[in-house]
Design a protein around this ligand. Structure first.
Ligand code: ADP
Length: 388
C-alpha cells in the first residue's frame, strides 16, 4: 500500500471503535474492531477482518494511549506495512462554529475542550483519544468529524429554545447529534433512490442512542435531539424528552445533586429504567415481562409521535428511513411504528420487513431500511484531506 493508511477512531469512556481504510477515490475498508473495557484490568481488543473472521485478544490494563498502541500492534496487518497517514476522530460536539470536518491542531483541540461542558459524558473521551493519537501517530494528519455539524443548517425556530435571547447567544441551542449517521444515510438515499434527493425524508437512527431527523434537499432541518444527547426519543439508558420541571423537583424536593441527576438521566433511564431489566432491545423482545413490553411500547409511541411532528415540519413525507442497530434489525419495532400510519402514506410488506429488506413500502411513502456507516463518513473526510 502506498501513501499510508487511514485510521478512524470513535472513542467512548471505556471503549474505542476503530477501522482501517486504504485511501483512494473512495476509501476501501480493510478491517474494523473495538477495544473494550478500557480502564479495567483486563481490556480486550476485538478485530473483525471479514464476515465471520474475528480475533479477540486480552491486552491487560489499558488507558486510551495503551489501547491505540495495541490497535497499531495487533491490527498492523490491515495496514499492509504502511504507516498511518491520517487519523479521523468522531467528535460529538462541534458547537456553533464547526460546520464541517476540521484539522486537529493544538488551537482546535483547545476550542473543542471548551465545549466539554456541553457533552460531559462524550467530549472528554473523544479528546483523550485525540491526544493519544497525536502521541502514537505524530506524523499523521488528524481530522475531527462532528456529530453536530450536519444539523447546523436548522432554521432558527428549530435551533432555539424560548429562553431569554442571551442564552441563544451563549450557545444554548438545539444542536442535534448522530450527524455522521444522517450524513451517510442521506448519501445512501440519494445514491439508491435519486428521485428522493430533493424529497421530504425522516430518518430514524435507532441504536443505543436514538434520534430522528427531518431532511429536505439532503439537509437537516429539524432533529429530536436538542442541547445535549438526552432530548427527544427514549434510548437504551437515557430518558429522552422530559419536562424540565421534573429536574427542579428532583433538585429542590428530593435534594439530588447534579451528579446524581446526571447518572439517573443518562445511565439509569430509557429502556433500561422502564423495563427494570436491560437496555438491550433483543433481550426486551425475547422477554415475557410486562415491564419489558411497556418499555418497547413507550419507545414505539415516542417514535410515532416524533414522526408526526417531523412530517408536519416538512409539510408532508416522501420517505421514512430506519437505521441503527434497532432500526436495521428489529422487525417488531418497525412493524409497531408503522402500524396505522396509512394517513401518512405508510404501509409495509410484512415479509420484506421480516427480512430487513431495503424497501418495505406498499404505500405512497417510501419506507426503507439503510445500514448506517459512520466510520466511512470519517474515512471519507480524512481521504479528502490526504488528497487535498
Ligand atoms: P450504538 O448506538 O451503541 O452504536 P447500535 O446501533 O449497535 O448501538 O444498536 C444497539 C441496539 O440494537 C441494541 O438495543 C440491540 O439490542 C439492538 N439490536 C441489534 N440487533 C438486533 C435485533 N436483531 N433485533 C432487535 N434489536 C437488535
Amino acid at each position: 500500500m502506498s501513501g499510508g493508511a487511514i485510521l478512524t477512531i470513535n472513542a467512548g469512556s471505556s471503549s474505542i471503535k476503530f477501522s482501517i481504510y486504504t485511501p483512494g477515490d473512495e476509501p476501501a475498508e480493510q478491517l474494523r474492531g473495538e477495544v473494550e473495557d478500557i480502564g479495567d484490568d483486563d481490556a480486550r481488543l476485538i478485530i473483525e477482518s471479514g464476515p465471520g473472521k474475528g480475533t479477540d485478544i486480552g491486552i491487560g490494563k489499558a488507558d486510551h494511549t495503551a489501547a491505540l498502541g495495541a490497535i497499531l500492534h495487533h491490527a498492523g496487518d490491515g495496514l499492509g506495512g504502511a504507516p498511518v497517514a491520517g487519523v479521523g476522530h468522531r467528535i460529538v460536539h462541534g458547537g456553533i462554529e464547526f460546520t464541517a470536518p476540521a484539522r486537529l491542531d493544538e488551537e482546535t483541540v483547545d476550542r473543542l475542550e471548551a465545549l466539554e461542558p456541553l457533552a460531559p459524558l462524550h467530549q472528554p473521551h473523544n479528546l483523550a483519544a485525540v491526544r493519544a493519537a497525536h502521541e502514537a501517530f505524530p506524523n499523521a494528519i488528524q481530522i475531527a468529524c462532528f456529530d453536530t455539524a450536519f444539523h447546523r443548517t436548522h432554521p432558527w425556530v428549530n435551533d432555539t429554545f424560548a429562553l431569554p435571547r442571551e442564552w441563544y447567544e451563549r450557545g444554548v441551542r438545539r444542536y442535534g447529534f448522530h450527524g455522521l449517521s444522517y450524513e451517510y444515510v442521506s448519501g445512501e438515499i440519494a445514491r439508491l433512490a435519486p428521485e428522493l434527493r430533493h424529497g421530504r425524508v425522516v430518518i430514524a437512527h435507532l441504536g443505543n442512542g436514538a434520534s430522528m431527523c427531518a431532511v429536505r434537499d439532503g439537509r437537516s432541518i429539524a432533529s429530536t435531539m436538542g442541547f445535549t444527547a438526552l432530548d427527544g426519543l427514549p434510548m437504551g439508558t437515557r430518558c429522552g424528552q422530559l419536562d424540565p420541571g421534573v429536574l427542579l423537583y428532583m433538585m429542590d424536593h428530593e435534594k439530588m445533586s447534579p451528579a446524581e441527576i446526571t447518572d439517573l438521566l443518562y445511565r439509569k433511564s430509557g429502556l433500561k429504567g422502564l423495563s427494570g431489566m436491560t437496555n438491550d432491545m433483543r433481550e426486551l423482545e425475547a422477554s415475557d415481562s410486562p415491564e419489558a413490553a411497556q418499555a418497547i411500547e413507550y419507545f414505539v409511541f415516542r417514535i410515532r409521535r416524533e414522526l408526526g411532528a417531523l412530517a408536519a415540519v416538512l409539510g408532508g413525507l416522501d420517505a421514512f428511513v430506519f437505521t441503527g442497530g434497532i432500526g436495521e434489525h428489529s422487525a417488531h419495532v418497525r412493524r409497531e411504528v408503522c402500524k396505522g400510519m396509512e394517513w401518512l402514506g405508510i404501509s409495509i410488506d410484512e415479509t420484506k420487513n421480516a427480512e430487513n429488506a431495503l424497501e418495505l413500502s406498499t404505500g405512497a411513502t417510501r419506507v426503507m431500511v439503510v445500514k448506517t456507516d459512520e466510520e466511512r463518513v470519517i474515512a471519507r473526510a480524512v481521504n479528502a484531506a490526504l488528497r487535498a
